[in-house]
Write a protein of this length. Structure first.
Length: 260
């Protein structure tokens, strides 16, 4: 599959998003969201929809965030979800997230797989439940070890995607994939742009057999300003701590708008 520059990504839109994880308290989260919305509101070109910003705060913030982001291009996401309504103490049902105005939900992040024991079977249950609730599953995938061959990393990611949809490629077509090499999460620098581009190109080629070569794939893992223009075949960035300064989020939006 031929590589394409970020201005010609296989998907038709460039996505730029950020998760707060658990770094911000409630009041700080709302202050940060107001400043993030200002970054979006001062860029009217976002209304065209070629660049789609999204934000994923912690669960308690979601109702206030939905009100604060009303009439904004910023899409609201959630950091996790349960796999069903019912007797699941401490979980949050995808149906409730949808009621709150959530549009996408992060599923299968490496931290949840490692620290909370979420295996492929649980990820698949959550992906199906989120889709049934009308949410877009933001499926996190990525190999554990750096330095391995591109083909091995791409094969691992492809198998994660296949498992997450239990082989249902129609369902896979409704995903957004966040490619986050586990070894790059929290690192000082993101994975090398050539490596990311090569891995994405490789597993897109494998997805082509199911007609999914244009699936939205965004990169995460210490992503920051300056990275997006160097990537090929990638549909955007999933930012972390670097976007806790809203100005950095704005800088990446500007980079995406130039590419779009």
């Amino acid at each position: 599959m031929q590589q394409t520059p970020a201005s010609q990504t296989p998907s038709t839109r460039i996505l730029v998003g950020v998760s707060t994880k658990m770094y911000l308290g409630y009041r700080d989260s709302l202050d940060w969201l107001e400043r993030l919305r200002h970054e979006v509101d001062t860029r009217p070109a976002l209304a065209a929809g070629r660049v789609v910003p999204f934000v994923i705060p912690s669960f308690p913030v979601l109702p206030a965030a939905a009100a604060l982001l009303a009439d904004s291009p910023l899409l609201l996401g959630a950091q996790n979800c349960g796999w069903a309504d019912g007797p699941w103490t401490g979980e949050v049902a995808p149906s409730m997230l949808a009621e709150l105005g959530v549009r996408l939900v992060e599923i299968g992040h490496a931290e949840r797989r490692k620290h909370f024991g979420e295996d492929d079977a649980m990820v698949a249950l959550k992906v199906r439940a989120a889709d049934d609730a009308g949410l877009t599953p933001l499926l996190c995938v990525g190999e554990h070890d750096g330095g391995q061959p591109v083909a091995a990393a791409a094969d691992f990611v492809y198998r994660q995607i296949e498992s997450a949809v239990d082989g249902d490629w129609d369902l896979a077509g409704r995903l957004t994939v966040a490619y986050e090499p586990v070894w790059a999460i929290g690192a000082a620098e993101p994975a090398a742009a050539t490596y990311v581009s090569d891995v994405v190109r490789e597993f897109r080629g494998r997805l082509a057999a199911a007609g999914l070569q244009d699936l939205p794939v965004i990169y995460g893992g210490s992503a920051k300003p300056g990275l997006l223009p160097t990537l090929e075949g990638v549909s955007g960035l999933f930012l972390g701590r670097f976007a806790h300064d809203p100005a950095n989020f704005g800088t990446v939006l500007d980079e995406a708008l130039l590419l779009a």
